[in-house]
Design a protein around this ligand. Structure first.
Ligand code: 1CP
Length: 346
């Protein structure tokens, strides 16, 4: 018998009351799971990504193992970039590495246009498969223009985004051209995911917190506004997330999105005090998952108490799960979030 569909995550995205607080984790599929490591010993990252059956299996792992209330498509924010002519490899212990970083306007003019059906058909196939297999909502996702540009310009992960910021400030017109191209790609990619069956979308602007509020408002906010405005008509909840971006939270609150994902630097209560009205998602520091259970429980309780002040809260980490975390710890946390929020519901 198939289990009844669990729609708590979607309800919470829409700011509706749920009997318990739904939970999922960023990077809930990954190296902390022995099953994931086993699959990755046979295939490269992109080999997993490109095979719908395998990608769907990896996506389902945390749903079956942890009992989370949402699944997130197994892919990467880099997945669509090769179709634009950007050569990406995922290197173990590093992350995405790009052989031909963007240096000038000519490189931007050469970028291709993403045609999802032709370029990334495996993404849509994976989504369709998962919709038959899952009884929780499936989250589709993509990288935001700034974060994608940071990899494309730096050539890989960066600490300070110096080249990216220098590019932006040196020639704002050319920068705008790059943002527009990446925004068009993001809209096409995420629209195709929704059409294939993704039931919510999270946009990762992971590294945009490197910018000042002024620069964000001038160079990034208009393009993010356009991306979300174009996706809004598709009718699925939209989630915005970034790391170290507490100073941008009021700007985000003005974007046409449903949910804001917080990292651990700003509490739910502080965000509310700053005037943030949207549904919130977050925000346990993933490093705490290596601390004794009593500390994890204390902090999770505090987050839940603050989150449940308003209907519609989604429990998550402040950033992705990392390889050293034990599966049992994440299982216990998931159970705790469900039980505590059920007992203390309003
Ligand atoms: O095979 C491996 O174990 C490599 C590790 C890994 C994984 C598991 C990478 C390389 N990507 C992924 C999958 C992934 N990436 C998901 C899948 C689903 C899930 O969450 O379970 C998602 C949503 C992402 C998104 C992603 N990739 C982001 C945004 C989220 C974030 O961490 O802020 C970013 C910045 C990336 C780039 C990337 N890809 C991989 C790594 C290690 C990184 C980060 C590198 C860096 O620090 O810049």
């Amino acid at each position: 018998m198939t289990k009844q569909f669990n729609d708590r995550f979607i309800k919470a995205c829409r700011g509706e009351q749920t009997d318990y607080v739904p939970v999922w984790y960023m990077r809930q599929a990954g190296r902390y799971q022995p099953e994931y490591r086993e699959i990755r010993s046979k295939y490269t990252f992109f080999e997993v990504n490109h095979q719908p059956e395998v990608a769907a299996e990896v996506t389902r792992l945390p749903v079956e193992q942890l009992g989370v209330d949402a699944a997130i498509l197994f892919a990467d924010i880099m997945t669509p970039l090769p179709s634009l002519g950007i050569q990406v490899d995922i290197e173990s212990g590093i992350g995405p590495v790009i052989d031909n970083p963007i240096k000038n306007e000519e490189d931007i003019d050469k970028l291709g246009i993403l045609q999802p059906e032709k370029d990334v058909p495996y993404i849509m196939e994976t989504i369709q498969l998962l919709r038959e297999q899952l009884n929780v909502p499936l989250i589709g996702f993509g990288g935001a223009p700034f974060t994608l540009a940071s990899y494309m310009i730096e050539g890989g992960p960066s600490k300070n985004y110096n080249k990216t910021k220098a590019f932006m400030h040196s020639d704002p017109k050319v920068w705008g051209k790059l943002m527009d191209k990446l925004a068009d790609m993001t809209v096409a990619y995420l629209s195709a995911q929704i059409d294939a069956g993704a039931q919510a979308i999270q946009v990762f602007d992971s590294w945009v917190g490197a910018l000042s509020k002024e620069d964000y408002a001038k160079y990034i906010k208009p393009v993010m506004h356009r991306v979300f405005e174009q996706l809004k008509g598709k009718g699925v909840p939209l989630i915005m997330f970034g790391v170290g971006a507490s100073h941008l939270i009021k700007e985000w609150n003005e974007l046409p999105v449903d949910v804001l994902g917080l990292d651990w630097r700003l509490s739910v209560k502080e965000a509310r005090e700053m005037g943030v009205t949207k549904t919130l998602q977050g925000n346990l520091d993933p490093a705490l998952l290596l601390a004794p259970w009593s500390e994890i429980e204390k902090k999770a309780t505090e987050i839940l108490n603050e989150g449940m002040e308003q209907p519609g809260f989604i429990f998550n980490l402040g950033h992705g799960l990392f390889p050293q975390v034990k599966v049992e710890t994440v299982q216990r946390l998931t159970e705790f979030v469900h039980e505590y929020s059920f007992k203390n519901r309003k």
